[in-house]
Every structure is written in C-alpha cells, then in structure tokens.
Design a binder for this molecule. Structure first.
Ligand SMILES: [Zn+2]
Ligand SMILES: [Zn+2]
Length: 76
C-alpha cells in the first residue's frame, strides 16, 4: 500500500475558474487573485466587470433587464 502524502495534495492540478488553466492547488490561490481581477466587457450592459464578479454580475446585470424597462438607472 502507498500512503498518500499531504504534499501531493498541493501538487494536484486544479482548473482555474477564470481562464481554465490547470495549476497546482498551492499556486491557484495566488493565480486566482490576479486572474480574477482581470476585466471582461459585459456584452449585455457594455461595462467592464472583473472576472471574479462576473458570475455575480450576470444575475444583477442591468443589461438583462433592459427589455423590461428602457429607463437607465443613474450610476452616481
Ligand atoms: Zn486563471
Ligand atoms: Zn452586464
């Protein structure tokens, strides 16, 4: 029998949620901070949203509600 060392867990590859890159678990946290801070243009509302907020944004995106109301909500 082979004992699984805990160090192997850190070497295990996990897919980044934001760019689908495979990274060792120990590196993924740092990578996610940087990777998730990149911005992507939301095509529904035309705003730039950080990748880590994109999932959340899609549920609150004002662009998706544009068909319900043509009124624009003031930002400031
Ligand atoms: Zn990434
Ligand atoms: Zn949007």
């Amino acid at each position: 029998m082979f004992a699984i060392k805990s160090a192997e867990c850190e070497q295990r590859l996990q897919v980044c949620l934001f760019c689908d890159l495979e990274l060792p678990v120990k590196d993924l946290q740092d990578h996610s901070e940087v990777c998730g801070s990149r911005t992507e243009l939301c095509r529904d509302c035309g705003r730039y949203v950080t990748l880590k907020l994109l999932n959340e944004h899609t549920s609150t995106c004002p662009g998706l509600r544009a068909d319900q109301s043509l009124l624009r909500t003031p930002e400031d």
